[in-house]
Design a protein around this ligand. Structure first.
Ligand SMILES: NC(=O)c1ccc[n+]([C@@H]2O[C@H](COP(=O)([O-])OP(=O)(O)OC[C@H]3O[C@@H](n4cnc5c(N)ncnc54)[C@H](O)[C@@H]3O)[C@@H](O)[C@H]2O)c1
Length: 277
């Protein structure tokens, strides 16, 4: 077998939750570039439309499926599973990538309201619903089809903040009192650590069904953040810079393909070295 065969995703059906987002689109590009068929699930209709257009412009020979879906709703996921099974007869991979991503680095619009002491329970529940319950439901619903076929790959997208605590100093803004200072919300840490636990549970639970499960921990990705924030963040990164969105594509292909076929329950950290410091 050649390296090209090992890294091939030819005709594989790869579900990507949050597929209309920044990294979801790049995961889809990775799948397309290796010959697979990305299936984007997202709550953003416009985002899905734009992502599909962009992906097909870059890969005119490729195929892209999109479903407007809320991953916290099991019935919607079951409908998607039946549609994919009807059309393709299989589901090969699932990337649990969707999240409520609070943008901490922009203007401080009362972000102090999400400080730990008063963290609103409704935001806790909404964040957990997408980041953890959504991942659980997708693994249950799409995992069922994989288990029947005795093959499949589940990839959970955690974060460097699934390994280390956020350094709240980098979110600090001049001229605000301590109570007004913005922080990375507690849900981010809990969800990203929780996904690593979910991965290990799935890896062992499903090992005899031919389903592998691994975690990818990306770190901060360049996306037009203010210069002062970038400077504070990159001071924490041995490589001295943030990631570019396309710098996870190789790891995505590796983790989804047969190149990683003896790997399950693992946590792959791609963070410019941040978690070593
Ligand atoms: N961007 C980064 O710097 C970074 C760093 C480390 C980890 N991550 C992780 O990578 C993943 C992708 O990040 P991103 O930057 O592309 O985020 P993003 O906000 O651009 O994309 C997330 C997508 O999830 C979708 N979504 C939200 N709730 C949903 C629901 N209920 N059902 C279906 N879709 C839903 C959103 O509409 C959005 O398109 C996240 O899990 C994030 O935590 C990102």
């Amino acid at each position: 077998m050649t390296a090209t065969d090992l890294f091939s995703l030819q005709d594989r059906i790869v579900i990507i939750t949050g597929g209309a987002g920044l990294l979801g689109g790049k995961h889809a590009e990775a799948v397309l570039s290796a010959g697979g068929i990305p299936v984007l699930l997202d709550i953003s209709k416009e985002g899905l439309k734009a992502a599909k257009k962009r992906l097909l412009a870059a890969y005119p020979e490729g195929k892209v499926e999109t479903f407007l879906a809320d991953i916290t709703d099991r019935a919607q996921l079951e409908t998607i599973r039946e549609a994919l099974m009807g059309q393709y007869g299989r589901i090969d991979c699932l990337i649990n990538n969707a999240a409520n991503n609070p943008k901490m680095e922009g203007p401080a619009e009362n972000m102090g309201a999400i400080r730990f002491e008063n963290f609103p329970l409704n935001i806790w529940q909404q964040d957990i619903a997408v980041g953890l319950t959504g991942a659980l439901l997708c693994a249950q619903v799409f995992g069922e089809a994989m288990a029947k076929a005795k093959q499949g790959v589940i990839l959970n997208i955690s974060s460097d903040l699934g390994i280390i605590a956020p350094d709240q100093r980098i979110y600090k803004k001049e001229g605000l009192t301590e109570e007004e200072q913005t922080v990375k919300p507690v849900t981010y840490s809990v969800i990203k650590h929780g996904l690593i636990g979910l991965t290990k549970y799935l890896a062992t639970y499903y090992a005899d069904k031919g389903i592998r499960a691994n975690t990818l921990c990306p770190a901060g990705v360049e996306n037009g953040q203010p210069e002062d924030f970038v400077e504070k963040l990159t001071n924490l990164v041995p490589m001295g810079r943030m990631a570019k969105p396309e710098e996870y594509m190789g790891t995505i292909v590796y983790l989804l393909s047969d190149a990683s076929r003896y790997m399950t329950g693992s946590t792959v950290i791609v963070d410019g070295g941040r978690t070593c410091w």
